[in-house]
Design a protein around this ligand. Structure first.
Ligand code: UTP
Length: 224
């Protein structure tokens, strides 16, 4: 059975008001698709992580502690999704090796170590399990030429090369809570391991399902 890694931004699932029907629909879709694919979900920290990171920053905490706070929130989010699914792991893996060795139909995890976002965790896991694809489900419709949350005329890129993304954004991690479409350390792994990677809006479950099942979807294909 082919394996797929999906990195879901915390802001997709845990936004301002938690959308229970979205949450249940996501769980139903994953339960349907796990009959055809082994699915690994890496879930982000979203607004809650950023709120606590900002609080810690104001209190003068160092970056490592701020990252650790973010990681804790991602694991809480993972626990909530895993429990909603009911057929995945009860204990949240704290490393990608642990996730790799978890024998469930769907495996859900959050962050691992300081110095990157959950995108990098997804890329690392995809490399380790030799995933057939890595899907980054974020809160916008893929990669744009400018930040679509700031510029209303930003244009969606249907395809973009990994080399272009690395030359524009670099491969370094900047700071805790930094909200970028794909973080630098993840770009480095995608490039090195040549992982087929797609970016799409995780709120649009129809598009997520299309990407998982290999149909055309509205989003961005990363050319390797
Ligand atoms: P996220 O992966 O959620 O970051 O981790 P993000 O991209 O800012 O947010 P969303 O979820 O896509 O909206 C939250 C924070 O936790 C720390 C980082 O500080 C990150 O910004 N973190 C997370 C780590 O240090 N290591 C990890 O493995 C995961």
């Amino acid at each position: 059975m082919e394996s797929i890694v999906i990195s879901i931004g915390g802001s997709v699932i845990f936004s301002e008001d938690i959308d229970i029907s979205y949450f249940k629909n996501l769980a139903d879709m994953l339960k349907k698709l796990c009959k055809k694919f082994k699915i690994y979900i890496v879930i982000g920290g979203g607004k809650t992580a950023r709120t606590y990171i900002n609080l810690g920053r104001k209190l003068g905490f160092d970056e490592k502690i701020l990252d650790e706070i973010g990681i804790s929130i991602t694991r809480v989010n993972a626990k909530i999704l895993a429990t909603t699914l009911g057929i995945s792991n009860c204990n949240i893996p704290v490393t990608t090796d642990e996730a790799k060795n978890t024998d469930e139909l769907i495996v859900v995890m959050g962050g691992t170590t300081p110095g990157h976002s959950t995108d990098m965790v997804g890329a690392e896991l995809a490399e380790k399990i030799n995933a057939c694809k890595f899907i980054i489900a974020t809160n916008v419709d893929g990669v744009f030429d400018e930040d679509p949350n700031k510029y209303s005329d930003a244009k969606q890129l249907k395809e973009v090369s990994i080399k272009q993304l690395i030359s524009e954004h670099g491969i370094d991690w900047s700071s805790a809570g930094k909200n970028v479409v794909i973080d630098g350390p993840a770009l480095e792994i995608i490039n090195r391991a040549k992982i087929p990677t797609f970016v799409l809006n995780g709120k649009r479950l129809d598009q997520l399902e299309k990407a998982i099942t290999g149909q055309d979807f509205d989003g961005t294909i990363i050319n390797l």
